[in-house]
Ligand binder design. Structure first.
Ligand code: F6R
Length: 251
């Protein structure tokens, strides 16, 4: 696992964008696994800028997103499909028909989960999966639980997650959809490379736990310790506890 420390969110975003950019340049038809939330927004902004400047093309890139709220129409400005269009796809030269987000509106959600797993497998898995990290250690929407879920599944969101995401729903946790469809830990771990972006002092405790603590489904991100190619790009504030506890960072 490589851990890079940056001064702040802006530097984190630029470094993460550099890592994604280098992959797309070397493999223009790569499959990118993408995330939503606040953590990757700056990374997407940087990628858009480089795309506009002509340094980087998404013309042959395919994407698979981690997750989507249950029963939130794609036209809702907090749906993850809307987020991805708004924060990346609408601003770059990607073919939107090969950008994939689980269908949270599907009537038969079990069939949708199976379809999504088959889709990811048919693409050969993600060449790089971008992740954020929740305050309870969730990745995708894999919340703390007793066993690591393998495939795409429907999940009940934790009160901590509803609280954290209330900022997007009039600061009212009751307005946050309480379920989501998410790739499983098995699907996430099948990505060839994993890139995690984390920022802010409020994530310092969970970052230290996930990277240095025991690997347990109670801290879903701890599973990343077992992946052969993980890069963490985090700002100083998010790495404070990790460094205090003796965690190593790259030069
Ligand atoms: C988003 C996702 C979540 C977020 C996590 C952190 O697609 O799967 O795991 O990455 O909730 O969210 P932010 O970045 O908003 O702190």
């Amino acid at each position: 696992m490589k851990v890079y420390k940056t001064a702040d969110y802006a530097a984190m975003s630029k470094k993460a964008a550099n890592i994604i950019c280098s992959l797309v340049v070397l493999k223009p038809d790569c499959v990118l696994g993408l995330a939503t939330g606040s953590s990757p927004v700056g990374t997407y902004k940087q990628l858009i800028e480089w795309n506009k400047e002509g340094y980087l093309s998404f013309a042959h890139v395919k994407t698979v997103n981690l997750d989507e709220y249950r029963n939130l129409p794609v036209t809702h400005d907090q749906s993850y499909r809307y987020f991805m269009n708004d924060n990346l796809f609408d601003h770059v030269d990607i073919d939107k028909s090969v950008t994939n987000v689980p269908d949270g509106m599907a009537a038969d959600i079990e069939a949708e989960c199976k379809r999504y797993d088959a889709l990811v497998a048919s693409l050969g898995g993600a060449d790089l999966q971008l992740l954020g990290m929740g305050h309870d250690g969730h990745i995708g929407f894999n919340e703390p639980c007793d066993e690591f879920p393998v495939g795409t599944h429907l999940v009940d969101l934790d009160p901590m997650t509803l609280e954290a995401n209330a900022r997007f729903f009039d600061n009212d946790p009751k307005k946050v959809p309480n379920q989501a469809v998410t790739m499983g830990i098995g699907t996430i771990m099948s990505a060839k490379k994993i890139l995690v972006v984390v920022s802010g002092a409020d994530k310092a405790g969970i970052v230290a736990k996930a990277l240095l603590g025991p690997v347990t489904p109670q801290v879903p991100a701890s599973i990343l310790q077992f992946h052969p190619d993980v890069t963490i790009v985090a700002d100083e504030a998010a790495l404070a506890e990790y460094i205090k506890e003796g965690g190593k960072v790259c030069d």
